[in-house]
Structures are given as structure tokens and as C-alpha cells.
Design a protein. Structure first.
Length: 209
């Protein structure tokens, strides 16, 4: 069973529907016992880092996610779930879970495109990823595949070997990060059509390392 962590940070139904559509059993839960018994963990979320960490700590889920990682269980972070696996976030000056060294940064103000147009924040809509290293969860993707983003902050790992892919929006930022048994996307694979489902399917079938 795949546990989808529920910490009051957005509607998780679309993630559960995507996993079920792929033929895998999953459960949206904040039950620490079920999380400890799950074979894999999906850690999604939308919203602000400060309130998310308050909920995680209140429910004991910050330690549950950290333990799942330390036990070698495959963990997949999505959007806000990707950001709060870092040590800290500049959003609300938040101390995060700390699985991965580094911080979460805001997009710079007044960013412009190559043709001089002002870019909007949040970064919202479809964009490509540029893999900088091989990873089993990227198997089957095409160079022109696009993924759905909606965010104003991005993860900035302290170690470049933890960056799997980057995306361009005014700056080149890490859009996929991971090492060992954790993998995390700043975009929403569950909202990204067939390419997103490929990544989710790879996660559900793979051991990650």
C-alpha cells in the first residue's frame, strides 16, 4: 500500500485518483501507524510552508516522514512536499523537516523573459524540465514533455548532486531533487497528463535506488 500523507495542505484527491488509475493501492492518511506500515510514501501539498509545518508537527507527521526516509522507504515529494523536505524555507522563515540540506527561496522580483516581457509570480502553467542526471523515475519521458507548475518558491539544495532536473522561468531553478530513496518534484505530476503519470508509475513500480 502507498500512503499519501494528509496534513491539511490541499486537496489530495487528484493524487489518489492518479495512483489508483495506475492500478496501485493507496490511502490518504495522517495515521502514523498506517504510514509506518506502507510500502511507499507520497508527500504532496499546496499552500504556505509555515502553516504546513505547524500541521505536520502537531500531527507528528514531520517525524513520521523523516523516519520513513531513514528506514529506506521510497518517498515522493510533490510541490510544497518538495520544499519542506529541505532544512528551511524563506517563506514564513520556516524551519522544515531537514531530510535534504539546503533551503527554499522565492523567485526574484521583476524577472523578464528572453524577449523582455515581465514574468508572472507565481510561476503557473506548463513548462519543460531539463534533466541533468539519469534517474529511474524519468524513464520513458520525451524531451518535449511538459509539466504543470504553480509556485512562488523553489528548492535550492546545498549539494548539486541532489539536483535531478532544472526548469527555466526567469532563472534556472531545481524542479526535481532527490537522492537515495527520496525523489521530489516542484511540479504536480498528478496534473501533468501522460508525462506526469509516467513519473508516478515509475515511482510506484521502482525501488528508487
Amino acid at each position: 500500500m502507498i500512503a499519501i500523507i494528509d496534513y491539511n495542505a490541499g486537496n489530495l484527491t487528484s493524487v489518489a485518483h492518479a495512483v489508483t488509475h495506475l492500478g496501485f493501492k493507496c490511502k490518504v492518511t495522517n495515521d502514523i501507524r498506517l504510514i509506518s506500515e506502507a510500502e511507499k510514501i507520497i508527500f504532496p501539498g499546496v499552500g504556505a510552508a509555515g502553516s504546513a509545518m505547524e500541521s505536520l508537527r502537531r500531527l507528528g507527521l514531520d517525524q513520521a516522514v523523516k523516519k520513513a526516509f531513514s528506514d529506506g522507504k521510497p518517498v515522493f515529494g510533490i510541490c510544497l512536499g518538495t520544499q519542506i523536505i529541505m532544512q528551511s524555507s524563506q517563506e514564513n522563515n520556516t524551519e522544515c523537516i531537514g531530510i535534504m540540506a539546503g533551503s527554499v527561496k522565492p523567485f526574484p522580483e521583476n524577472m523578464t523573459s528572453e524577449d523582455g516581457l515581465k514574468l508572472k509570480i507565481p510561476h503557473m502553467g506548463w513548462n519543460r524540465i531539463h534533466p541533468i542526471k539519469d534517474h529511474p523515475l524519468l524513464a520513458g519521458l520525451e524531451d518535449d514533455d511538459e509539466f504543470y507548475f504553480v509556485h512562488s518558491f523553489y528548492p535550492a539544495p546545498a549539494h548539486q548532486q541532489h539536483v535531478v532536473a532544472k526548469t527555466d522561468h526567469g532563472i534556472s531553478f531545481p524542479s526535481i531533487i532527490g537522492f537515495d530513496n527520496i525523489f521530489a518534484t516542484q511540479f504536480h505530476p498528478e496534473k501533468s497528463g501522460k508525462p506526469g503519470l509516467k513519473i508516478l508509475n515509475n515511482f510506484c513500480r521502482s525501488k528508487l535506488y
